[in-house]
Ligand binder design. Structure first.
Ligand code: NAD
Length: 331
């Protein structure tokens, strides 16, 4: 089986080659390219059985049609999310889409807490001040998380890990989800979204992007939040309506905002654009606020997670080769 691996970075090649060296993957060959998958690059997969894509790939109906015309039967997402794949089109062509649903929930949850702490205690600002020999504490005051309320939206694998971390910090943990996670019943209280917004000192988003969650953090919901709330999004950028977030920051609603994902990220993710002038960037507007910390979709980026992503993706390929159903199939 031949897989064309799009949007390759050196760390992808290292982790996949390490897993590929195992004898049970002898039937699998990977060719790595740096271009991302979209309708312009889909034809490069001519002669390959499968493509491997990531969070910024644009796997719309047109991209899928081109892949199908070139004989590709499998789209391997090396991530949990699949909001960038037109599943209806893939189903129409009988093309299989597989993902890595839970490679390391702790990797993302720990990053969510890192963002919460960095925004709350102004770590980025403090680091830059000290580098300039400015040892004053002005502008650096945060608040204790201990005994405060964490509101977790979405309590699947990553949200549950974030609940455990917040519990470990001595926080009261409340949550909102369309389904309750029974493994959390000892220390998490499920509440309505409105109650979570009103009572939480830290709100962390962990639900997928879908029609029901698109722009769930908008001005209507921001005004329901406590003044001085910390907001963290490590899930998908479009859960938050950026213009409304900026409005909320201007209203002094937030003590801190930590974003690993944001609506404008697709062009930026994993690219060095430091020499460019970003003329119409809302990201630049967000970064102009002293209480906002942004990272570039790095929640997944730990050694353990990369190894797990490679192993599950290769296992998914193996299941495809032998025609075995998998819980990692996306329909
Ligand atoms: P999961 O499927 O285990 O959990 C998602 C939870 O969201 C489920 O419990 C589901 O019931 C809930 N949910 C769905 N719709 C909802 C709604 N309308 N309101 C409230 N809750 C809702 O997924 P996961 O593995 O925990 O991942 C969560 C998200 O994290 C992924 O969808 C992905 O977008 C994001 N993610 C980000 C990174 C990163 O590097 N920053 C890495 C992996 C995943």
């Amino acid at each position: 089986m031949r897989i064309l691996f799009y949007d390759t970075k050196s760390y992808d090649e290292t982790s996949f080659n390490a897993s590929l060296s195992e004898a049970r993957y002898n039937d699998i060959q990977i060719e790595y390219i740096k271009y991302d998958l979209d309708s312009r690059t889909a034809a490069l997969a001519d002669g390959f059985d499968a493509v491997c894509a990531f969070v910024s790939s644009d796997i719309n109906a047109h991209t899928i049609t081109i892949l199908h015309e070139h004989g590709v039967g499998l789209i391997l997402m090396r991530c949990a999310g699949f909001n960038n794949v037109d599943l209806d089109k893939a189903n129409e062509y009988g093309m299989r889409v597989m993902r890595v649903p839970g490679y390391s929930p702790e990797a993302v949850a720990e990053h969510a807490m890192a963002l919460a702490l960095s925004a709350n205690r102004r770590i980025a600002k403090a680091y830059n001040k000290v580098r300039e020999n400015d040892f004053s504490l002005s502008g650096l005051m945060g608040f204790n998380l201990y005994k405060k309320t964490a509101g977790i939206i979405g309590t699947g694998k990553i949200g549950a890990a974030m609940c455990r971390i917040c519990n470990g910090f001595g926080m009261k943990v409340i949550a909102y989800d369309v389904y309750e996670n029974p493994s959390l019943s000892d220390f998490v209280t499920y509440v309505s979204l409105d109650r979570l917004l009103a009572e939480s000192d830290l709100i962390s988003l962990h639900c997928p992007l879908s029609a029901s969650t698109y722009h769930m953090i908008n001005l209507d919901n921001i005004v329901k939040m406590k003044d001085g709330v910390l907001l963290v999004n490590t899930s998908r950028g479009a859960l938050v309506k950026t213009e409304d977030l900026i409005e909320g920051i201007r209203m002094h609603k937030f003590s801190g905002v930590g974003l690993d994902v944001y609506e404008e990220e697709t062009k930026n993710v994993f690219e060095d654009r430091s020499d460019e002038i970003l003329e119409h960037s809302t990201t630049a507007r967000l970064l102009s606020f002293p209480n906002v910390v942004i990272t570039s979709h790095q929640g997944f980026f730990t050694k353990e997670a990369l190894t797990a992503i490679a192993e599950t993706t290769l296992q998914n390929s193996q299941d495809y080769i032998i025609g075995r159903e998998s819980p990692n199939d996306v329909r």
